[in-house]
Ligand binder design. Structure first.
Ligand code: SF4
Length: 251
């Protein structure tokens, strides 16, 4: 018998086309009911609405988050608040300690300002994510098209070309692809969804503390991430397939 997952991994474009105008909750339902092991990747920011919606359509939701060791204290507190609010487990994925120790011994704690963020992100984010994705058939992300120049063409479901291998195909679901920042915040307010207190202090897109700053009134949402780098190259490797010439994934 051909499972729905097997059909989707062979031809994700057809499903993406069919779901293009679907509500994020319907896309989530499809992701969670479509067969295979699928987990939500929670970044500790406004993508919490994926958890809110998933808890309404599924009895059990697998959730993980990448603990880089460099998140804001507010983000750690927020992750705990979400865990309590929804009564869910959130698995924290940590960097490989040996690799991290060798890296910080060689390069210190702030090498990304001079050398770019790729090496640090590879160790603190990409390798732990790859380790998690090896266990999964699909992951659900909070990517939206309106977030940055690198995300304008994000489909609602796609094969994750950055992390799939010949032996192991992985689907990436982006249920919020079509939603604007305004729609996300309308949902958060209307449904009393908990949110990271950093948003009240002018942070829009929230990542690691040293690589995130408040954005100005006319700046783009992700202008506060790795602000010292070129906007069209600003992906940390988690979503490297969004780049026309993806960065090499190390780790
Ligand atoms: S966002 Fe910054 S601190 Fe976090 S892993 Fe990437 S380079 Fe390192």
């Amino acid at each position: 018998m051909v499972r729905p997952f097997d059909m989707v991994i062979r031809d994700p474009q057809s499903l993406a086309h069919r779901l293009e105008d679907a509500h994020p909750q319907s896309i989530l339902r499809q992701a969670l009911d479509g067969g295979g092991r699928v987990a939500i990747s929670f970044s500790g920011a406004e993508d919490v609405i994926l958890i809110d919606m998933a808890c309404q359509v599924a009895d059990h939701v697998e959730i993980f988050s990448l603990d880089t060791g460099r998140l804001h204290p507010e983000t750690y507190r927020f992750i705990e608040r979400v865990r309590d609010h929804y009564g869910v487990d959130i698995e924290l994925m940590y960097p490989d300690q040996e690799a991290l120790q060798a890296f910080t011994r060689r390069k210190g704690l702030f090498s990304f300002y001079k050398e770019g963020h790729q090496e640090c992100c590879s160790i603190r984010k990409i390798e732990p994510l790859r380790r998690k994705l090896m266990q999964l058939d699909g992951w659900i992300t909070g990517q939206r098209r309106d977030q940055s120049p690198t995300r304008h063409h994000v489909p609602v479901v796609q094969t994750d070309t950055a992390f799939s291998t010949e032996q192991h195909g992985i689907l990436k679901w982006n249920p919020l692809a079509n939603w604007s920042s305004g729609e996300v915040w309308e949902y958060i307010r209307a449904n009393d969804v908990p949110y990271n207190e950093l948003h009240d202090r002018g942070f829009l897109s929230i990542g690691c503390e040293p690589c995130t700053r408040v954005v100005g009134p006319h700046e783009h949402e992700r202008a506060g991430r790795w602000w010292w780098e070129e906007a069209t190259l600003k992906e940390c490797g988690l979503h490297a397939s969004n780049l026309e010439q993806p960065v090499r994934l190390v780790g």
